[in-house]
Design a protein around this ligand. Structure first.
Ligand SMILES: Cc1cc2nc3c(=O)[nH]c(=O)nc-3n(C[C@H](O)[C@H](O)[C@H](O)COP(=O)(O)O)c2cc1C
Length: 311
């Protein structure tokens, strides 16, 4: 018997494969394309207090080995999320994590406080698995990465949110720091229950005909297969620095990528850009992971977590 389930922070996911924020909308958008209830979970698009249109077009550009995006946290806003998206998410059959963003700390607090109140009204079976605090978005002028680039401001934000939200709190880190271990420890010290990493990395592509950058913000967030080695290194370093669990993200395309992230210390992974090329890719990764485990004689996902043998 192969055990695909993974347990961390008092939570159990049926398998370690989840969908990354910003690449599966609020679940419903992709529900016809893959069976969400066969995944470990999903992380919603960022929710901010006010509705946001995001940046102007062009805000997506494909490159040789990845994707540039400057979406800019487009979302319908907190009220619309609670009224139109949350009821569906509560019944969608997989673990749901809500990605929270804002320009200032009060924005994060407002979203978390409202979700805390909504949770109190929800029957236990429909409750959210947790929140994912986005302190790492490179595509907005205020908020986002400005909180996640230094330990002090991030710890202060995490501490403030911690007082508004009693459920599981994951903090999504950026790789744009000199010491990810220091950031990981700061989040843990401020009350985070887990870490998710990495968010996108700043990148650029230029159209030779127009000589214009291919996204409206000139530089934008780079994701996809090219960033996988960066993400793995960050996950490994963060996982060694803290005792809270880590969720790995970045360029995951196949079951063997999932295994690498587990070995590096992740308890689960998020699949982002790969879903754009093939919407059901995450679901296939669950089968690929299982096939690999059978072939290698590995009985449970949990025995892979952190089992890398460093030199
Ligand atoms: C189009 C797009 C939108 C994204 N939106 C968000 C977002 O709203 N919040 C967030 O935390 N991350 C967002 N991300 C980052 C992803 O969740 C993920 O961290 C990143 O893409 C790396 O994973 P990947 O290489 O598998 O895509 C977005 C990524 C893409 C490509």
């Amino acid at each position: 018997m192969i055990r695909l389930s993974t347990r961390f922070a008092g939570l159990e996911l049926r398998n370690p494969v989840t969908l990354a924020s910003g690449t599966c909308g609020f679940g419903r958008e992709v529900a016809d394309l893959l069976p969400l209830q066969e995944l470990g979970g999903l992380f919603t698009k960022a929710v901010t207090p006010e509705a946001r249109l995001g940046n102007a077009m062009p805000r997506l550009a494909e490159t040789g080995h990845g994707l540039l995006n400057s979406i800019g946290l487009a979302n319908p806003g907190l009220d619309a999320f609670v009224e139109e998206k949350l009821p569906w998410l509560r019944a969608c059959g997989t673990r749901v994590f809500v990605n929270v963003a804002g320009r200032v700390a009060e924005d994060y607090e407002a979203v978390c406080l409202r979700l805390e109140q909504e949770e109190a009204l929800s029957p236990p079976f429909g409750r959210l698995a947790g929140l994912e605090l986005n302190v790492s978005c490179p595509n907005v002028k205020e908020g986002g990465i400005s909180f996640g680039a230094r330990p002090g401001p991030m710890a202060e934000l995490v501490g403030r949110v911690r007082r508004c939200w009693s459920g599981l709190l994951f903090v999504k880190l950026t790789p744009q720091v000199s010491d990810v271990g220091e950031m990981a420890r700061a989040a843990e010290g401020a009350g985070a229950d887990g870490l998710c990493l990495i968010n996108t990395i700043p990148g650029m592509s230029i159209d030779l005909k127009t000589r214009r950058p291919r996204t409206i913000t000139n530089t934008s967030g780079y994701s996809g297969p090219a960033i996988k080695p960066v993400a793995l290194a960050q996950v490994w370093q963060a996982a060694r620095a803290v005792s809270i669990p880590v969720v790995g993200i970045g360029g995951i395309q196949h079951g063997h990528d999932v295994v690498e992230f587990l070995l590096a210390g992740a308890h689960a992974v998020q699949v982002g850009t790969a879903s754009f090329a093939e919407p059901a890719r995450a679901r296939f990764m669950v089968d690929e992971l299982q096939e690999w485990m059978v072939k290698e004689g590995v009985e449970s996902v949990e025995e892979l977590v952190g089992a890398v043998r460093p030199w």
